[in-house]
Design a protein around this ligand. Structure first.
Ligand code: TYM
Length: 328
């Protein structure tokens, strides 16, 4: 069975962008692939974060993974930091990605631009190396991500080509799985910007209450055109809401346009808010139960063990290929 892998960083409250971009789809992948889902807690350290916040966010993301339908017995669900093979492979792969390519990554460029006058840790620069290690450590064939992470997966592909050319057929070439309507969910208050954990204005957080969600959707920025049609250039706000509705209902953009061809913006927004709440209310209820249960530690222990069993032989193969001596 092919391996599918993805990770989420516990840096803030998860948004509807994270959910529609990736999380919602994972439950179905579980039936088709051997799945590895993890919380990228080492990546969360690449920007300043308080220890208590990191800890809480990590358990929140873990609980949301399970609430969204991930079965920890079927899939391997774990913390990146609890599987030390990630850090080991990262150290080796540092030497196979180049400073020029890392400095061209758009995430790196936009973060360093924003933090111009602050001290910036090295981890934000080497971020894609660890991400490549995450992927190739399991020989993953498929990596579902939102559009903002596709450049990093492309870099992992370059790395695989480079490594295999030098050492033989050692690593598996990963492919991104991107969902058309939900690859880039935009901010409700500024539809030219991606909805993001670090930019709370215009975000819908998965744990927001129903009233807050409705209020945020009702005040989403739209336009003066007055028609519900998909036109990201002239109607970015409405197009974003169409994308959100289409991915929540698993229908096409044309179907959404048809359903609401005679509706005004107010009516459409009300339906979008209802669709979001219909999806998130049960998710929040499940989340609350799991988050307060004492099963989380044993779920993590099981996940770390299964992940390490898969990763160790692949790491050893890489070590041997580059000439490191492995004691087996
Ligand atoms: P992170 O935590 O920023 O985001 C988790 C996933 O959500 C997607 N996403 C979005 N999709 C659609 N619209 C949005 N507005 C939106 N915002 C976020 C992201 O693309 C991502 O797929 N580097 C990764 C974590 C990671 C990883 C990996 C992923 C670490 N190692 C290996 C895949 C494979 C990240 O920062 O995700």
């Amino acid at each position: 069975m092919d391996i599918l892998l993805t990770g989420i960083k516990p840096t803030g409250k998860l948004t509807l962008g994270n959910y529609l971009g990736v999380m919602k789809r994972l439950k179905t992948y579980q039936e088709q692939y051997d799945c590895y889902f993890f919380i990228a807690d080492l990546h969360a350290l690449t920007l300043p974060i308080e220890p208590e916040v990191l800890k809480n966010n990590t358990l929140d993301v873990l609980s949301l993974f399970i609430a969204s339908g991930i079965n920890p017995k079927k899939s391997t669900l774990f913390l990146q930091s609890q599987v030390s093979e990630h850090a080991e492979l990262n150290t080796i792969l540092m030497n196979y990605l180049y400073m020029g390519e890392l400095s061209r990554m758009t995430q790196f460029k936009s973060i360093t631009e924003k933090m111009k006058n602050e001290a910036i840790g090295l981890g934000i620069f080497t971020y894609p190396v660890l991400m490549s290690a995450d992927i190739v450590l399991y020989n993953a064939s498929f990596v579902p991500v939102g559009e903002d992470q596709t450049q990093h997966v492309e870099l992992a592909r370059d790395l695989v080509h480079r490594f295999n050319k030098k050492y033989g057929d050692i690593l598996t070439l990963p492919r991104t799985l991107v969902n058309t309507s939900s690859k880039r969910i935009m901010s409700l208050s500024d539809p030219s910007k991606k909805m993001s954990k670090s930019d709370p204005k215009g975000d819908i957080f998965l744990l927001d209450d129903e009233k807050t969600i409705t209020k945020k959707v009702m005040s989403a920025v739209t336009d003066m055109v007055g028609k519900i049609q998909y036109d990201p250039t002239n109607q970015p706000g409405i197009s974003n809401l169409i994308n959100i509705y289409a991915s929540l209902k698993s229908i096409s953009i044309e179907e959404v346009e048809n359903m609401f061809k005679d509706a005004n913006y107010g009516t459409f927004k009300k339906e979008v808010a209802k669709a979001i709440n219909d999806e998130l209310t049960p998710l929040k209820e499940k989340y609350a139960k799991i988050r307060n249960s004492d099963e989380l530690n044993s779920i993590l222990a099981l996940g770390a063990k299964k992940a390490s069993e898969r990763a160790r032989p692949i790491l050893n193969k890489v070590k041997k290929a580059v000439g490191l001596i492995v004691n087996e």
